[in-house]
Design a protein around this ligand. Structure first.
Ligand SMILES: [Zn+2]
Length: 250
C-alpha cells in the first residue's frame, strides 16, 4: 500500500463532515477576522475623511487639524474590538504597549545594568505586557460587553478631549473635535457590528449597539463612574456649541 492509498483509507475512517473539511479547505479564522478588521478600517476611514474634509472646506479646521481628526476617527473605528481576544487591535495595542514599556524600563536602567541584563530586562518586560497583561485584560473584559456600547464611545470621546486639552495643550475647540471624531469612528464600528449580527444567528440583535451592557452590572457601574469622572476633566463646550449651531458650517 503506498502513501496515497494509506491516505485514502485514513480519510475514509473520518466522519463525512471532517472529510468535507479536509477536502475543502476552510478559510482560516484569522482571515475571517482580518476581513472584518478591514471592513471596520475602510468604513471608519471613509466616514472620518468625509467629515474632516467637510470641516476643512468650511474653514472650521486647518489642514493639520483635519488630518488629525481623520486619524482619530479611523482609530475610533477599530478601538471597540480591543475586548476581543487575539483581535488585530488587541495585538497591536499590547505589542506597542509592550515595546514602549520595555524600552522605557531599559532607558531608565541604562546606566545601572550590563548589556546582557538590559537585554533580559527588555525581553521579560515585553513578554509580561504582551502576554501577561493582555491575558489579564481579556479575563476582565467580555467581547461585545461594555466596550461595545454608546457609553464606552462617550468615555473614549471625553478621554481623547481631556488628554488633548491637558496633555497636548491644544485649544478647547480642537480638543472637542478630536474627541468627537473618536466617538464617530467608535459608533460607526458599533453600527457595522450590529449590521453584521443581523445575518448571524449566534450574535443577537442589540449585542453591539447598546447604551451599556446591563448583563455586566459591576463593569457598567465602573464605566458610568469613569465616564462622569473623565467628563469633569474636559474643557468648556461653549465654542463647540457655538460652531455647531452656526448654520454655514455644512
Ligand atoms: Zn466589534
Amino acid at each position: 500500500m503506498d502513501v496515497g492509498d494509506r491516505l485514502a483509507v485514513g480519510l475514509w475512517t473520518l466522519t463525512p463532515s471532517t472529510q468535507v473539511r479536509i477536502l475543502v479547505p476552510q478559510p482560516h479564522r484569522l482571515f475571517k477576522s482580518m476581513a472584518k478588521f478591514n471592513t471596520h478600517l475602510t468604513v471608519a476611514t471613509s466616514v472620518s475623511a468625509t467629515l474632516a474634509i467637510g470641516l476643512f472646506l468650511s474653514d472650521s479646521a486647518s489642514a493639520k487639524a483635519a488630518f488629525l481628526y481623520w486619524l482619530l476617527g479611523t482609530l475610533g473605528g477599530i478601538m471597540p474590538d480591543i475586548d476581543a481576544p487575539q483581535s488585530i487591535p488587541t495585538r497591536l495595542l499590547f505589542t506597542s504597549l509592550g515595546i514602549l514599556f520595555a524600552s522605557f524600563l531599559v532607558i531608565t536602567e541604562f546606566k545601572q545594568l550590563s548589556w546582557l541584563a538590559l537585554g533580559c530586562l527588555w525581553i521579560i518586560s515585553y513578554l509580561t505586557v504582551r502576554y501577561g497583561l493582555s491575558k489579564l485584560f481579556n479575563k476582565l473584559t467580555v467581547h461585545r460587553g461594555n466596550f461595545h456600547s454608546i457609553l464606552a464611545a462617550l468615555l473614549f470621546c471625553f478621554l481623547t478631549t481631556a488628554t488633548s486639552y491637558h496633555v497636548l495643550e491644544i485649544g478647547e475647540l480642537l480638543a472637542w473635535f478630536a474627541g468627537l471624531f473618536v466617538m464617530v469612528g467608535y459608533i460607526v464600528h458599533l453600527l457595522l457590528d450590529e449590521l453584521y449580527s443581523v445575518g448571524n444567528a449566534k450574535l443577537s440583535f442589540g449585542s453591539a449597539l447598546k447604551i451599556a451592557s446591563f448583563r455586566h452590572k459591576i463593569s457598567t457601574v465602573l464605566l458610568v463612574l469613569a465616564t462622569l469622572g473623565v467628563f469633569l476633566l474636559t474643557p468648556s463646550t461653549e465654542q463647540l456649541v457655538k460652531i455647531l449651531s452656526h448654520h454655514h458650517i455644512f
